[in-house]
Design a protein around this ligand. Structure first.
Ligand SMILES: Nc1ncnc2c1ncn2[C@@H]1O[C@H](COP(=O)(O)OP(=O)(O)OP(=O)(O)O)[C@@H](O)[C@H]1O
Ligand SMILES: [Mg+2]
Length: 306
């Protein structure tokens, strides 16, 4: 379909209106957070570290709840929430902010021509800054975090020294070193992180609650949820799967089975249908010649469902 110029302009205007409506102050957590087992300890440590001005780092495999705990502490303490997902392309100016060249030409480098990045925003607002995958940040980025962490200020040339509000807090998250990306944390940064909070796959009791709480209109029988959990757990015990199923994958599978159970004659049929799609991720298998992820996942499903 070819759109005329006026139709295009109308569409664009419509989009801008929708964009305006979609901009919210802060994203809220929409489901109860399970604070049992490891999460109770982790959350308590997280609060204690922040209350004492110590920088915590949440360490754990993908999908175990690191971001959720960071977000929860921001919500519970009424702090604004700012985050950056580090990789080799994130530059210090992405964190700190930069001067808008057009405005600089007009009025020079001053407060009005400065577009703050998330770290400066969090410092000025007294919010929470979450550095996801901190160990994947370049050395350049890691160095620009030292002053905000240690001295709670940043020298923003040529504006001057930006001092963080009292409630400014910094939380790092990362995957365990074995599964992390290419970069490592510099020694100076490691030394400034004063509280290492480790998360792993939760116990059965805790994970079942997580699966339920994250599934809208949850109505599955206990037996179905149990089978889903057993399949998910079996992927974690299988050494050939490079990325086992996280609670996040378990949630996806539970949601699908929960919503579409009616389409199938039995709960096993529903699980058998959805589990391979969720769990046979696009990844390599370790070691075993001729094995594919799909084969391994199929074997697990057969073993659990019989
Ligand atoms: N304790 C919990 N209570 C309720 N839901 C949880 C809990 N832990 C994890 N979840 C849910 O599991 C999913 C994954 O959690 P989250 O995104 O926080 O993991 P993550 O560790 O940050 O993962 P990644 O390393 O991939 O960023 C989310 O849907 C989250 O709501
Ligand atoms: Mg995360």
């Amino acid at each position: 379909m070819v759109c005329g110029p006026s139709l295009m302009a109308e569409k664009e205007q419509g989009f801008r209106k929708m964009l305006e409506k979609s901009i919210v102050e802060n994203i809220r957590i929409e489901h109860p957070v399970v604070l049992k087992g490891q999460y109770e300890t982790a959350y308590s440590l997280l609060q204690d570290a922040l209350d004492t001005g110590i920088t915590p780092c949440l360490v754990g495999p993908p999908g175990v709840g690191k971001s959720l705990l960071a977000r929860k502490v921001a919500e519970d303490t009424a702090r604004s929430f700012h985050e950056v997902f580090f990789d080799e392309n994130v530059t210090p100016s992405r964190l700190i902010g930069s001067f808008d060249p057009a405005l600089v030409v007009r009025s020079g480098r001053n407060i009005s021509s400065f577009e703050p990045g998330p770290l400066i925003r969090a410092m000025v607002e007294g919010g929470l800054f979450v550095a996801h995958e901190l160990n994947r940040a370049t050395e350049f980025c890691q160095n620009s975090l030292i002053a905000p962490l240690e001295e709670r200020h940043y020298h923003l040339f040529p504006l001057g020294m930006v001092k963080a509000q009292e409630s400014f807090a910094f939380v790092a998250t990362q995957n365990p070193i074995e599964t992390a990306g290419t970069y490592r944390l510099s020694r100076v940064l490691v030394d400034r992180i004063g509280c290492w909070i480790r998360l792993t796959y939760p116990t059965k009791e805790t994970e079942l609650l997580i699966l339920k709480e994250n599934t809208p209109a949850f109505s599955l029988p206990v037996s179905a949820l149990d089978k889903i959990y057993e399949i998910v757990k079996a992927t974690r015990e299988n050494p050939v799967l490079e990325i086992p199923a996280s609670p996040r994958s378990g949630i996806y599978l539970t949601r699908l089975v929960n919503k579409y159970l009616d389409r199938f004659e039995t709960e096993d049929a529903a699980i058998k249908f959805f589990a391979p799609a969720v769990l046979a991720k696009e990844m390599k298998v370790r070691g075993e010649e001729g094995k594919t992820v799909s084969k391994v996942v199929d074997e697990i499903i057969k073993k659990v469902l019989g």
